[in-house]
Design a protein around this ligand. Structure first.
Ligand SMILES: Cc1ncc(COP(=O)(O)O)c(C=O)c1O
Length: 369
């Protein structure tokens, strides 16, 4: 489809933390002829995708692909991998949603809370886990509501150093982090990490990906009531023949296959570095204009910057202005609405595009002055 058919007049470039901008060639990849999910062509497609997903998750383990959004895996993680009691680490809205999901699935839990804007700290996690009460911990890598990245590598190392550290299942939501904010599944010794397609993967919504360690899969085989759609024991059985138990979202898999080519070609170190550079540019821009940052220093997200609204801007009016220029950012999340605004710099967004956004916001600030 050409861009004119797609109606470029109505194109509003997304600088919101999901869904993110999807390039035209990736959108187009979805229009290939349909195939049946038990045909050899589908197995080839699934196999190709699996190979590349492992390179993105930096793992030699498996990565399950589901026709769902990331919330599905918040549920799948606790259903498969909480046997006795979960420690839910909560430092923002999405971490709190995972607590809610844990409870909605009838799992015993306790909460480790950190103030919004702060990361989850390794010392606090191990202090709670040391008693031996918990067999799993849930942590959000990149809190989209606050723009905070938690030190997953340090947390995992501290957990593994506990006497019972090998028995604790480390569950990580990297929905708005993975492939933008550094995460190394094998090297950091994690058990499950999941993400959604519509964030730093820069794909349409509708797919979710979950990497699972051998240790976690072995544990799941002993857990009762794993549920059905996200049962990793069943998903594994099908993955071994490059299939899924239920009908996959084939058009989205075409787009994923195409997008992963480019992600792998860019390489994960370069991808992480590009996101960090965009984060730093956004932070400098904000500070030079008299704004402070909501996230604690040292823990600012590479994919989304949460700018404190120190100048008392009308964020709705700012976004109306941006829309007229074909762009959009996000207001603060939930209780932070109006108090801050969020600029996403994730996926395939380039520094040039980010600079255009920041210059357009400058245009608004100057018109206000
Ligand atoms: C950190 C985090 N976790 C979970 C979710 C829920 O993901 P989804 O909307 O793909 O279900 C989001 C959505 O923004 C998120 O940012």
């Amino acid at each position: 489809m050409s861009d004119s058919q797609r109606d470029s007049d109505q194109h509003i470039r997304l600088f919101i933390p999901g869904p993110t901008e999807v390039r035209p060639e990736i959108l187009d990849a979805q229009t290939r002829w349909m195939i049946g999910h038990r045909m050899p062509e589908a197995a080839e497609l699934f196999g190709r995708v699996q190979e590349k997903l492992r390179q993105v998750f930096l793992t030699e383990s498996r990565v399950y692909v589901t026709a769902s959004s990331g919330t599905g895996w918040q549920e799948g993680a606790v259903r498969n991998l909480v046997a006795r009691k979960a420690l839910n680490c909560v430092n923002g809205a999405f971490a709190d949603r995972w607590r809610e999901v844990t409870e909605a699935n009838g799992k015993a839990n306790a909460v480790l809370e950190a103030p919004w804007g702060e990361p989850i700290r390794p010392e606090a996690v191990v202090e709670r886990l040391a008693g031996g009460e918990f067999d799993a911990v849930t942590i959000v890598h990149n809190e989209t509501s606050t723009g905070v990245v938690s030190p997953i590598q340090e947390i995992a190392a501290a957990v593994r150093a506990l006497p019972n550290g090998e028995e604790i299942t480390i569950l990580v939501d990297s929905v708005s982090g993975l492939s933008g904010a550094e995460l190394r599944f094998d090297e950091w010794d994690l058990d499950m990490v999941f993400t959604s397609s519509q964030k730093a993967f820069a794909l349409p919504p509708g797919l979710a990906f979950a990497a699972v360690s051998d240790r976690a899969l072995a544990k799941a085989r002993t857990v009762e009531n794993r549920g059905y759609y996200f049962d990793i024991v069943d998903l594994e059985k099908y993955l071994l023949r490059n299939q899924t138990p239920a009908t996959p979202a084939i058009s989205l898999l075409y787009a994923l296959d195409r997008q992963l080519e480019d992600m792998v070609a860019e390489g994960m170190p370069a991808r992480f570095a590009r996101h960090l550079a965009m984060r730093d540019r956004t932070i400098t821009w904000a500070q030079e204009r008299g704004f402070s940052l909501f996230a604690a220093e040292g823990y600012r997200s590479p994919t989304v910057t949460c700018v404190t609204n120190d100048r008392g801007l009308d964020i709705g009016a700012l976004n109306q202005y941006l829309r007229r220029h074909g762009m959009i950012i996000s207001n603060g999340y939930g209780p932070l609405k109006g108090k801050n605004f969020r600029i996403a710099h994730m996926g395939d967004t380039t520094m040039t595009e980010l600079d255009e956004l920041l210059a357009t916001i400058d245009g608004y600030l100057n018109s206000e002055a």
